[in-house]
Design a protein around this ligand. Structure first.
Ligand code: 26W
Length: 842
């Protein structure tokens, strides 16, 4: 079967350009440039052309957006409110034109205007309103809700500054403020008319008693009613961004709140020349939506973070209640018409806030208000890391949110009362079940609050769901055995294959058509090409083209030359000890030493690519970045290993860089300590783009192993149960090191400063910790990992066979589409019906 050469844009979206459509788009772009951007085409910058193009594309979105909103009202579809403090969106131009299938039209229109299409796409800043997995999942889920036809509303914060920009200076991470809004954001619509007051501080006053209740739970002649009198108000103003679904079937809304002061200034201070004081409150208010907290595991625990969590949660719920009442007139039907998904505990105050609204503003007694709330809210947990589980000091909550703390006490009382008469629950477990952690300063467990206030609680992979039942939510699971479930994460194939890998997408479309873009399971049809050597050759060529594209970018940015013929071995994700970038670089050092020892050995050329940000205060993670760069400097300047091993750390990892790197990967590193990676989503993106995974039996690696088949993945290391057993029965890293000479030699080289001649002791503490503690079990998994890497080398030697295994990965990744995950949420948790049925490709 002879297939045409690989080209740049995928077929469907590369359906022949329609001259009239191109002409029309060209006209619109010119008009936007002239009358909105206000620029003469002869002097327009590439950014001006980007803005004009985005505005032209936006026009085509708005019509369908309004249709969608009308449709939701007319069909009184169930609304899904996805509350997330993070949306790691990335760029939107390519996503919008691809989902509207106007990619070739746009390229043709700009080309005819003499403007470089790829340059226009590359000038868009990433919307980096998230840290990592949790934030990106929210973005994929928004796109999938629109694509499968659900009335999904995303709610979050419009940070002035997203995740910091990472610069690498002398091998060290430097954080630089991110500034995506300075160039304006053509994708958002300021909704000056959509504002809500959000209160902070103050006191709660008893108004009159709450007594008996009528049959609908509404209080009759209330003995005590509480009025919260906040000390200050902040205004939440809405900014709406359209979320374009596949083929523009539906355009949903992402509503991000920005904080504004309730008073523009304190005039009397100003008149007294106290200018700073005059604006102090304003700064305090606007600070709430100023910047994203850059932590993705350890809560900063700062008051401003709590204010962010309550600010967007309250504005979002007030907006939801306003919309519901305007359509249905009574709040009693809320659970039927709306469901709220909490993206981790960051919006967990929603439980107390919805109860407050129902009790204080709609007169419900607390128990009924809690039932209505439980019927409306669901909670997703994304991590088991003890340090990542949020809890807030009771005194801080009492000061900042006195009414909510009161309500949390009452919810806890109801919760504990329910337990009291459950004989099978041992009384000494009460403290573990309480929403209040009494140890040390009293703190509210936000995971417990979210759990008790939700109809369902889900993990993000099978193993994660199981571990939630056995660890963090063990006691609550015993109390509510049917509340915990799991929905394994997914990724959108539109962004993570169609848009970032046109070479492979073209090949797939020619082979099986493009129905898979809306119906991912169709990728399975590719299996029949695994014995088609011509196709496998084309498949390998597509990978090769992506590797050359990445190598060119790395040469440009880092002036490091990567050989596209080598195996591209990639680990890109947030820097964290449990993700074990350290295990990867230690194995690279051992491999480097082995090559040096046997230079004439027929080594498989390997390029090790790293990228990832460390939370600003996470010093051990930053030290590991430095070690990777120290090793890279040594290895890349060592002629003895020139064409056998290269190491590169690419700065400022973000969505756009991931879109460049993932299509070029041969090997995907998913090597977390088993039991610690809740799911992972990068693992899915790599396998989808035809990379083999080397990984532990952790998170969604387990399901990937099940779907792609044991022959097409490289699993090694301790299982989660074995890790837990070692924790219980003792783990002896010294013995592991003694049993593995390569590891011992590697650690000695690192400890003694071989890679840090400028500071020989730089890694002494790191090696000591490994030798004496090794909490993340690196020494236990090193030998198995190194052996598995060599096994990978042997597989890679046979490029045809490697391509076959890689193709089987792509073919068998359909299940990992976020469309599948969203359909599961809709049927299992939300009780909402997607308009387009699974497999219903048009
Ligand atoms: C309060 C500080 C903080 C901020 C973010 C703590 C924890 C988080 C997130 C939960 C961390 C996160 O991104 N978790 C990742 O979520 C992904 C999506 O479900 C999973 O695939 C990853 O395994 C998980 O680490």
């Amino acid at each position: 079967m002879n297939l045409p050469d690989v080209q740049n844009d995928p077929p469907r979206t590369e359906s022949r350009t329609d001259p009239s459509r191109v002409a029309e788009l060209k006209k619109t772009i010119e008009i936007k440039l002239l009358y909105v951007v206000g620029k003469d085409p002869a002097h327009a910058s590439i950014h001006d052309w980007y803005t004009a193009t985005a505005l032209a594309v936006r026009d085509r979105i708005v019509d369908r957006w309004i249709d969608t909103t009308r449709h939701t009202y007319s069909q009184s579809e169930k609304r899904v409110y996805y509350l997330s403090l993070e949306f790691l969106i990335g760029r939107l131009l390519t996503d919008s034109i691809a989902n509207l299938e106007m990619m070739p039209d746009c390229r043709a229109a700009l080309t005819e205007l003499g403007v470089d299409y790829d340059a226009v796409r590359a000038v868009e800043p990433d919307a980096a309103l998230g840290n990592g997995g949790l934030g990106r999942l929210a973005a994929c889920y928004m796109e999938s809700m629109a694509s499968v036809g659900l009335a999904g509303f995303g709610y979050g914060i419009r940070y002035d500054h997203g995740l910091f920009r990472q610069q690498i200076r002398d091998g060290w991470q430097i954080e630089v403020p991110e500034d995506w809004l300075t160039v304006g954001n053509p994708w958002e619509f300021e909704r000056a008319e959509v504002t809500f007051h959000v209160g902070f501080g103050g006191r709660v006053e008893p108004k009159e008693a709450v007594g008996a209740q009528d049959k609908s739970g509404l209080a009759k002649s209330a003995p005590t009613k509480f009025i919260w009198r906040p000390a200050e108000y902040v205004i939440a103003i809405a900014y709406d961004t359209p979320v374009v679904g596949w083929q523009g079937n539906r355009i949903n809304t992402l509503r991000l709140w920005s904080a504004r002061p309730s008073e523009p200034m304190q005039f009397d201070e100003f008149n007294r020349g106290l200018h700073l004081d005059a604006f102090a409150e304003q700064v305090r208010a606007t600070n709430i939506s100023r910047v994203l907290y850059p932590d993705d595991s350890t809560p900063a625990g700062q008051e401003l973070r709590l204010k962010q969590e309550y600010f967007f949660t309250s504005a979002s719920l007030q907006d939801m209640v306003r919309r519901h009442l305007s359509q249905f007139g009574t709040i009693a039907t809320l659970p039927k018409a709306a469901t709220v998904q909490l993206n981790d505990t960051h919006p967990a105050l929603a439980v107390a806030e919805l109860v407050r609204i129902l009790v204080d503003e709609h007169g419900y007694v607390l128990s009924t208000a809690l039932e209505l709330t439980q019927a409306t809210i669901a909670y997703t947990n994304h991590t088991l890391l003890p340090e990542a589980l949020e809890s807030w000091p009771v005194p801080l909550l009492e000061r900042l949110l006195p009414r909510h703390m009161q309500i949390i006490y009452e919810i806890n009382a109801l919760h504990l009362a329910k337990i009291a008469n459950r004989r099978e629950i041992p009384k000494d477990r009460l403290h573990a079940l309480s929403l209040i952690d009494e140890h040390g300063g009293r703190r509210v467990r936000m995971g417990h609050l979210a759990f008790v206030g939700s109809k369902r609680v889900n993990g993000v992979s099978g193993l994660h769901g199981q571990l939630m039942r056995e660890t963090v939510f063990k006691d609550l699971n015993q109390l509510y055995p049917d509340r915990i479930t799991h929905i394994t994460n997914g990724v959108t194939f539109r962004r993570w294959l169609v848009q970032c890998n046109p070479a492979l997408t073209s090949l797939i479309n020619e082979a099986i058509g493009d129905g898979w873009i809306g119906d991912a399971d169709q990728l399975k049809k590719l299996e029949k090409f695994t014995s088609d050597s011509a196709f496998l050759e084309r498949f390998a060529q597509a990978k090769r083209a992506n590797k050359e594209r990445l190598a060119a970018a790395v040469a440009r940015r880092l002036s490091v030359n990567l050989d596209p013929g080598a195996m591209f071995d990639v680990q890109i994700k947030r820097m964290h000890e449990y993700k074990r970038q350290l295990l990867n670089i230690l194995e690279a050092i051992a491999h480097y030493q082995a090559i040096k020892a046997e230079p004439n050995e027929d080594w498989v050329p390997r390029v090790k690519i790293f990228a990832g940000k460390a939370a600003a205060s996470y010093h051990r993670a930053k030290l590991i970045i430095k070690l990777i760069n120290d090793v890279a400097r040594m290895v890349n300047n060592d002629p003895a290993v020139r064409d056998k091993l290269r190491v590169a750390f690419l700065p400022n990892y973000n969505v756009s860089l991931a879109e460049l790197i993932i299509p070029a990967a041969d090997l995907s590193e998913q090597i977390s300590t088993a039991g610690m990676e809740a799911s992972g989503t990068g693992n899915m993106k790599f396998a989808l783009n035809g990379a083999l995974t080397i990984g532990t039996y952790d998170g969604a690696n387990v399901e990937i192993h099940q779907h792609v088949g044991a022959d097409n993945i490289l699993i090694f290391g301790l299982s989660a149960a074995e890790v837990a057993a070692r924790r219980r029965e003792g783990h002896d890293p010294r013995a592991n090191i003694a049993a593995c000479p390569e590891l011992a030699a590697t650690l000695e080289a690192v400890r003694s400063g071989v890679f840090s001649p400028d500071d020989p002791g730089r890694y002494a503490q790191l090696v000591d910790d490994l030798t004496n503690h090794d909490f993340f079990m690196l020494t236990a998994d090193f030998a198995a990992y190194a052996a598995k890497q060599r096994e990978g080398d042997d597989l890679y030697r046979n490029s045809g066979d490697w391509a076959r295994r890689a193709l089987l990965n792509t073919a068998r990744m359909g299940w990992f589409s976020s469309d599948r995950a969203i359909r599961e949420y809709a049927s299992e948790i939300w009780g909402a019906k997607p308009e387009t049925q699974a497999g219903a490709a048009e």
